[in-house]
Structures are given as C-alpha cells and as structure tokens.
Design a protein around this ligand. Sequence first.
Ligand code: NAI
Length: 334
Amino acid sequence: MKIVFFDAHAFEQESFESANAALGSDKHELVMIKANLNTTTADLARGADVVSIFVNDNASSEVLEKLSTLGVQRLALRSAGFNHVDMKRAQELGFRVANVPAYSPYAVAEHAVALMLALNRKIVRASNRIHDLNFSLDGLVGFDMNGKTVGVVGTGKIGAIVTKILHGFGCKLLYYDVFPNTALETSYGAQFTDLDVLCRESDIITLHTPLTPQTKHIISAERIAQMKRGVMLINTSRGGLINTADAIEALKAGQIGYLGIDVYEQEQGIFFNDFSDTVLQDDMIARLMTFPNVLITSHQAFLTNTALHNIAETTLANISAWAAGRNSPNEISA
Ligand code: NAI
C-alpha cells in the first residue's frame, strides 16, 4: 500500500524503514512528508491508500472530508491518543482508523519521573550554572522523594508504571481513576481516593488520563486551590488536562511550587518545530518559560528507541492487515 506519513520526523524514519524491510515482498511504499496534516496540506495525500498521522496533526471533520474526496479512507495513527481525530465524522465517512495502543508505557512513565526528579533536584539549573563556572549550591535545595505523598490521576498502563516506580522510591501513593485498580493496592500499597482528597493530600500530582470532555481542564483554579501550597504538578498526558492560564496564576502566587509538562494546551504548531530563528508568538508558553520552577519538554516522553520500534511495527501491522483485506488488530471507533 502507498502510505503518506504527515508530520514525519527524522527520528522515526529509520525504525519505519527497517520495520518495512522486514515485511519482505509485502512491504509498503512509504512517503514521508514533514508538513502537518491540515486543510491546506491534505492534497498531498493524493494517490495514497493510507494516511498516517502523529499527535499534532489535525484530522478534523473538514480534513477528513477532504481526504475522503481524494479517495483516502484509511487513517493509521502513530499514537495511542486519538483526541485529534473527529472519530464521529470519520465513522460517518466510512474511514477505517487504527492506533498504536501501547508502544512503551515505560517510556512515558519514566519521563514523568524524570521531570519530577529534575524539578526537585534542580538539575537543569545546576547544569546551566556549572557551564557558567559557578559551582555554588545556593538555591539548589531539593527534597527527599522518600515519604512524600504522590497522587496519580489515571492508573491505566502509564499511571500504573509510575505508581510502581514511585513505590520503589518509598513514596506514599494515592490514586484516582474511574476504575479502581486493586492490583496497585496489593502490590504497592496505593490508596484509591477521590480527586478532592488526592488534591488536598498530595505533595506531587501526576496526570495520566486521556483528554476527553470529562478530563478537559481537570486541573483548573478551583482544583489548584485545594492543593497543598507549593505542590508539584506533572503532566505527560495531554495539554488540555490543565487550564494553563490558571496554572500560570498559581505559579505567580506560589500555590504551584513546581510544574513539569511534556504537553501543552496550545502545543499544536509549536512542539516538534524549530523557532530558534523567529519570534515566538505564543505568550502563554513564553510566560511559562520565565519561571525557574517550570520544566517543559516538547512532547518527547514517548521518545525512546524501544517505543519508536514498536510504533513502526504496530503501524505497519495495522496497515498490512488492511492490505490483506482483514480488520486491523487495533481498529478504533467513535
Ligand atoms: P490507558 O488507557 O491505559 O489509561 C488511561 C486511564 O485513565 C484509564 O485507567 C482510564 O480509566 C482513566 N481515565 C479515563 N477517563 C478518566 C476520568 N475522567 N477520570 C479519571 N480517570 C480516567 O492510557 P495510557 O497508555 O496509560 O496513556 C495515558 C495517556 O498518556 C494517553 O491518553 C495519552 O494522552 C498520554 N500519552 C502521552 C505520551 C507522551 O509522549 N507525552 C505518549 C503516550 C501517551
């Protein structure tokens, strides 16, 4: 099949080429395009059997209609999340959509913990200081993770691994999910609770739910006010879980003591791009970058070689199933 990849990055090229080569005579034609999928770029999919998109492509109703008029009706997501696809419209238009449900929950969980440790022990600040030949320790005091209470919001694949890792650190664990995960209680002593208690009692709160209408701005001014003063908030899930404007106010007031984010509400069009030679137009992220207690990474939590290998293999397996006239093993619907 001819697959047109939108938002294709150099870092994924090698894993796709080797996963494709392994298919031998069943291999596909891969066309890598740097541009994001949107109404203007959709025309680049002309002649494709499958369009493959990443987290910051936009499969809105309008874009899907455009693809459909080009005869493209298969969408292979290189991500687990599908909040960027209008699934209802996709179904109406007869699209087949498949995702990569789990490529490495360890990669994301470990990155969430990396953000916690780097913020706590002020690793970035310390490193910058040393490059400036300043070896003083003032302003670098951290805290022991051991004994701290961590609230894990969403204990699916990633949240469960975060719980396991933090249990190893000696943290007290609270968790909230729509479905209690009793294995976390027996294995790691995690305590199931509601969001009110979790916000009130946690020293660190880490978010691992998908972005849905129910979880949009699950962290807003009202919730932040319930939290301990100086709380650490970590988000490696989706930017829309946090009301960023409220988080900025809370950072200014000292209510949030540390913010670590791998995702940002308005990341589309910013993350994955190099603006080092231009003027940044997004005032919200510009403000976030002024806080010494904010650490931002550019949606890289998934970015390990294990995850890239799994993304490539699963994406191509989804497409090979379509090529063989079968349902993809990871077909999703509205
Ligand atoms: P999962 O589906 O295994 O777990 C999600 C959990 O959230 C489930 O236990 C579910 O019951 C819970 N949940 C759903 N709605 C909820 C609600 N309203 N309130 C409380 N809990 C709720 O997903 P997984 O693999 O753990 O991934 C979590 C999220 O991480 C993904 O949805 C995605 O947005 C994000 N992600 C981020 C990546 C990155 O590179 N930064 C990479 C991969 C995923």
